[in-house]
Design a protein around this ligand. Structure first.
Ligand code: NAD
Length: 523
């Protein structure tokens, strides 16, 4: 996949590259290792093109090798002891400074992000805001990082638990939230006293570059944060397999996550995974249909459907099914597709040529499914303002059955499936009938049904009368089944990823006391 993206970037660059002056103005970026901005040892660069217009090359980024990753790991190892011993409230002070820098540059970062990954400016502003929220919220943990005390079973003995840093963390991130997701990992890792090497997705290195540059400006010491850009199969793999990296925090596809988990298992590294989703909105017959349609449109077509929490299945009670589908199609047809930098655009492009190929492939699969009906969309847009980008129409399939491939597999594009259900029980069964377990929602006016669905949907996130997207940083984020491996990011729960517990016993009895063996005298 990454090699295909590489070819894509080169193609994109060639499209613009006939014009030498345009090429000369393309900015070259570097890795950040041990506090220095350095080229990759390969001397090679990949080009990052704007998915709304591939003639626009955003920048050239280092193709990092195993050697570059090793140097970054060594820098993080050298910095680990000092940073780990810096009092957490002091570490947090630098993070608050980072938060201020992010606020100051929010608009510029959002514009860069729209240019490199396509989503509309309002959404990229939200992405940067999420990084800001995460920074302030998690930096606050510098003055908490709570452990606990508990009674010991012997007299004159004290028992407590404290958190300690994990050590050196490798962070591997996807392209769809190119500043928010790196921040969800980076900020907790730092406040907990770890040093990091981060490898961003090859399609969106600029947003992570901006975040790391802001860390430098905030005064985070050299070696504490290191950035290596490049391809998953080389740089990502080298990081995941490096014997000195104690923890890998990965967000991406379930397929890559499996490879990452197995590499971590081989060397007994800690591994937290956030992976794919096939999320569901359940619409009951008593729901406010207009509200449900708005939620479905936002959930299915926000970020061009490229969210792990995208509303890719809409399970609708048969009594309101036709009405809902009609309203949904009307709204989908009204969405304006184009360059996310244009304030009048509702939905931007998809990320790259591979994504177009995959999504159009699923649309063909849907059209072939016996019974499913393509109710709107289904085409790539390639003329006029769309001629040089990766645009796909908002697409709705109706009369979908729960076991069809389009209702089971993560499409990760602007495609949603409407599935009829006879009652709540069936809707919940359909909702749970996929291999993922990230987000689910119900639209209903009946509190009993809302609570029943909340209780019975086996997902990490659940909404009532709201879409499947819109997580907030102070609540845990993650999923069950094929979406995760039991960890949660965000909230205070993320601290359990980036710290290890140490149980401490202090015996002040002045004699040998043997737990589980010595009798306690009750007299
Ligand atoms: P991806 O799995 O292709 O890539 C993710 C990252 O892994 C990239 O940085 C990539 O370079 C790297 N990588 C690829 N192969 C690797 C290897 N062998 N070893 C180490 N690293 C490797 O995913 P993507 O296309 O960037 O992102 C889309 C996926 O991410 C979707 O499935 C989406 O649902 C998921 N996602 C999940 C969440 C969540 O929190 N659950 C959030 C956002 C995205």
């Amino acid at each position: 996949m990454a090699q295909a993206r590489k070819a894509l970037s080169k193609t994109a660059a060639k499209k613009s590259g006939g014009r030498a002056s345009a090429r000369a103005s393309v900015k070259t970026y570097h890795n950040y290792i041990g506090g220095e901005w350095v080229a990759a040892s390969s001397g090679e660069y990949f080009e990052n093109a704007n998915p709304a217009d591939t003639r626009d090359v955003v920048g050239r980024f280092p193709v990092s090798t195993v050697d570059d990753v090793s140097r970054a790991v060594e820098a993080a190892r050298t910095a680990a002891d000092r940073w780990g011993k810096t009092p957490a409230p002091r570490r947090a002070e630098l993070l608050f400074r980072l938060g201020e820098i992010l606020i100051r540059h929010k608009d510029a970062y959002a514009a860069d992000m729209t240019r490199e990954m396509g989503k509309v400016l309002k959404e990229t502003g939200g992405d940067v805001q999420e990084a800001i929220d995460c920074t302030y919220y998690t930096a606050g943990e510098g003055r908490r990082l709570h452990g606990f005390t508990t009674p010991a079973e012997m007299p004159n003995k004290f028992a407590m638990c404290v958190r300690q840093p994990v050590g050196l963390c490798g962070l591997v991130t996807p392209w769809n939230f190119p500043m928010a997701i790196p921040s969800w990992k980076l900020i907790p890792a730092l406040v907990c006293g770890n040093t990091v090497v981060i490898k961003p997705a090859e399609d969106t290195p600029l947003s992570t570059f901006n975040l790391v540059k802001a860390c430098e400006a905030a005064g985070i010491p050299p070696g504490v944060v290191n950035l290596v850009t490049g391809y998953g199969e080389t740089a990502g793999r080298a990081l995941v397999e490096h014997r000195n990296v104690r923890l890998i925090s990965f967000t991406g596809s379930t397929e890559t996550g499996r490879v990452v988990a197995s590499a971590c298992a081989d060397r007994n590294a800690i591994c937290s995974l956030e992976m794919g989703g096939k999320n569901v909105i359940i619409v009951m017959e008593d729901a406010d249909l207009d509200l449900a349609v708005e939620g479905a449109v936002w959930g299915a077509f926000g970020t061009s459907g490229q969210r792990c929490t995208a509303s890719s299945r809409l399970v609708v009670h048969k009594k309101v099914y036709k009405q809902f589908a009609k309203k949904l199609v009307e709204r989908a047809l009204s969405l304006r597709v184009g360059d996310g930098a244009d304030a009048n655009v509702d939905m931007g492009p998809v990320i790259n040529a591979d994504a177009v190929h995959k999504i159009m492939g699923y649309i063909e699969v849907g059209e072939r499914e016996d019974g499913a009906r393509l109710a709107c969309g289904g085409n790539r847009l390639e003329k006029g303002e769309h001629a040089h980008g990766y645009f796909i129409e908002p697409t709705v399939f109706t009369d979908v059955e729960a076991d069809m491939r389009i209702a089971q597999e993560e499409i990760f594009g602007p495609v949603t499936c409407v599935i009829p259900a006879s009652d709540l029980e069936e809707a919940i069964e359909i909702g749970n009938g996929v291999r993922y377990g990230l987000s689910a929602s119900i639209y209903t006016a009946d509190v009993n049904r809302a609570f029943r669905a909340m209780n019975e949907m086996y997902t990490g996130i659940f909404y009532v009368n709201s879409s499947t997207i819109g997580a907030e940083v102070h609540l845990p984020f993650g999923g069950t089944k094929g979406t995760g491996n039991g960890h949660r990011e965000a909230g205070t729960q993320v601290l359990d990823i980036f710290t290890e517990w140490k149980s401490v016993y202090v015996d002040y009895s002045g004699k040998l006391q043997r737990a589980q063996i010595d009798e306690v005298n009750f007299e």
